[in-house]
Design a binder for this molecule. Structure first.
Ligand SMILES: C[S@@+](CC[C@H](N)C(=O)[O-])C[C@H]1O[C@@H](n2cnc3c(N)ncnc32)[C@H](O)[C@@H]1O
Length: 229
């Protein structure tokens, strides 16, 4: 996934995610929906003691493993569907950058939240990048930021919508619409506390200045969700 370099990823998502993640020195981290391991390697690079990446896609895990073989960082990768994954151990931190909005049903969402909870040690924290349910694709054009979203007109809970990541070639993803309150309710049922949403915030101006981000920030398509055990 050649998403490194996309304005939204580099200028907003990654700095906001790492701001929420905080210091991981000496911590164990499980990175769910790791894809080919972009964030997994970044997390390890920030001093996490051990990092495990997990993704549904055998191709992406194979790519992550071949990057690990070329430039070893001591990351372990494993291929599982989070909905049905076996227990991989207890971690201080579980991360999921674009996972929960891939849940196709409320019961898949429940299983994902339960699996995340089961992998957290006492005092552990879950940090996720999750689709913002209030995003209105009719209101602003996210193409300058590297994203195009197509919704049905009246988006209902559980409806599918399309996210195009404007790489070359574009990456077309099907995500599912869950309200912020649904994520909160489900995480609470899974045993989480202190559930909070943080909006994305730019770390630095774009070439066109800080105002470049205004249109995105007025109608963001994701936010950062954190929850404690
Ligand atoms: C948009 S990509 C994000 C990858 C990575 N987190 C990143 O930001 O570069 C979403 C990833 O979620 C994975 N995924 C979707 N549903 C999943 C599930 N049920 N279990 C595990 N991985 C899943 C996909 O295979 C894909 O790699």
């Amino acid at each position: 996934m050649a998403t490194v370099g996309l304005p939204y990823r580099e200028g907003l998502e990654a700095p906001s995610f790492f701001g929420a993640l905080g210091d991981v020195q000496g911590r164990s981290v499980l990175d769910l929906a790791c894809g080919d391991g972009v964030y997994t390697r970044w997390i390890r690079g920030r001093g996490a003691a051990s990092v495990t990446g997990c993704d549904l896609s055998a191709d992406l895990i194979a790519r992550a493993c071949s990057i690990e073989a070329e430039r070893p960082l001591g990351i372990t990768y494993t291929c599982h569907d989070v909905v049905t994954m076996p227990h991989l151990g207890l971690f201080n931190v579980v991360t999921a950058v674009h996972l929960l909005h891939f849940a196709r049903t409320r019961s898949e969402l429940a299983a994902m939240c339960d699996r995340v909870r089961a992998h957290l040690a006492p005092g552990g924290r879950f940090i996720a990048v999750v689709a913002a349910s209030r995003h209105d694709p009719a209101r602003s054009n996210l193409a300058p930021y590297g994203i195009r979203i197509t919704h049905p007109e009246q988006l209902q809970e559980g409806d599918a919508f399309t996210v195009e990541v404007l790489t070359d070639p574009p990456l077309v993803l099907t995500n599912y619409h869950w309200r912020g309150t649904t994520y909160r309710e489900q995480l609470t049922r899974s045993g989480f506390h202190h559930i909070s949403w943080t909006p994305l915030a730019p770390a630095h101006p774009n070439d066109q200045g800080m105002s470049f981000w205004d249109s995105y920030l007025d109608n963001p398509h994701v936010g950062i969700l954190t929850a404690d055990v």
